[in-house]
Design a protein around this ligand. Structure first.
Ligand SMILES: Nc1nc2c(ncn2[C@@H]2O[C@H](COP(=O)(O)OP(=O)(O)OP(=O)(O)O)[C@@H](O)[C@H]2O)c(=O)[nH]1
Ligand SMILES: [Mg+2]
Length: 289
């Protein structure tokens, strides 16, 4: 699944003398794969130091050093999704237009059902009728009920109903789909704050996850999107979608280094099964094999 995300990172390692030509090639490979300049420089600098200190004698040793540097940025364990001991757990799914929020909710509901949860989907993107219908189609597909109001309704009111419905009907996981239109940015952010406040009032805590959906094919634009969202809702992690449509898998490293937010889930296609928990170790192995 993660193969081909970097064009040739492992091929760069053809020698143990990690000289300037090697460094230049590695740098170029990273940058072309959407590793931000600042992150690339940091990785290269610490690789230089490690090479000086440990003096690798084989290509495998040199690769292992670089893997360790990447693990330092990415961590080694998948970042766990947070559940509340007092159900229902509430996860907000946020992100700009077209990044894959609604699709990810459908896939996520399916994944969580497989783990024994009883998800309830919430159509809090009331901005357009089609958004509500799209979520309802996913609800049918994964056999999970959908709480929806009319187009144009107050998203916070939908969420209010959903949390109560989850309690009375015994759903332990509430997945909230939200609108993503940037041209209403100010309203959108105010709307998200309100949704978050309703969750807090109804459950006594902030949403257990506020996951920002980023489209991997749009690269480093995601960084600016994240900071815009962080101003209204404290984000807890990233769902990185459309990794199947890009060779620029370095965006994962950029996100971890620049946003200090874990990539928790990755989307690798449009089908129901195309969502997985992100495993940093697997990712690093795939890059370097
Ligand atoms: N290839 C691929 N396509 C995806 C993935 N995730 C979503 N998509 C597609 O991206 C398009 C937009 O997905 P939506 O789920 O509607 O995105 P959204 O963020 O809800 O969009 P808005 O509600 O308009 O803001 C759809 O055509 C999806 O099938 C993915 O992981 N890989
Ligand atoms: Mg949507």
């Amino acid at each position: 699944m993660l193969k081909g995300l970097f064009k040739k990172i492992s091929q760069v390692f053809t020698t143990v003398t990690l000289d300037e030509d090697f460094i230049a090639e590695l740098e170029e490979t990273l940058v072309l794969s959407d590793v931000a300049m600042a992150t690339t420089e940091k990785l290269i600098e610490s690789l230089r130091q490690q090479v000086k200190k440990e003096r690798p004698e084989t290509i495998e040793q040199a690769k292992a050093l670089f893997k360790r540097e990447m693990a330092r940025v990415l961590g080694t364990e998948p970042a766990p999704l947070q559940f509340s001991p007092q159900p229902p757990t509430v996860w907000l799914i946020l992100g700009v237009n077209g990044t894959g929020k609604t699709t990810s909710i459908g896939k996520l509901a399916n994944l969580m059902k497989q783990q024994g949860y009883r998800p309830l989907l919430v159509a809090a993107d009331t901005f357009r009728a089609a958004a509500i219908e799209q979520l309802q189609i996913w609800g049918q597909r994964v056999d999970a009920p959908v709480i929806a109001h009319r187009p144009g309704a107050d998203p916070a009111a939908v969420v209010f109903d959903a949390v109560r419905a989850a309690r009375s009907r015994g759903h332990d996981l509430v997945l909230v789909d939200t609108a993503g239109r940037l041209h209403t940015k100010h309203n959108l952010m105010a709307e998200l704050e309100k949704v978050s406040r309703v969750v807090e009032r109804e459950t006594g805590r902030q949403p257990d996850e506020s996951l920002l959906v980023l489209d991997a094919t749009t690269g480093q634009n995601g960084l600016a999107q994240a900071s815009a969202f962080t101003q209204s809702v404290p984000l807890t992690g990233i769902i990185l979608t459309k990794l199947d449509g890009t060779a620029k898998g370095g965006i994962v490293i950029t996100i971890a280094d620049q946003l200090h937010l874990p990539v928790k889930l990755v989307g690798t296609g449009e089908k129901i099964g195309d969502l997985a928990v992100f495993d940093p170790q697997e990712y690093v192995e795939a890059l370097m094999e």
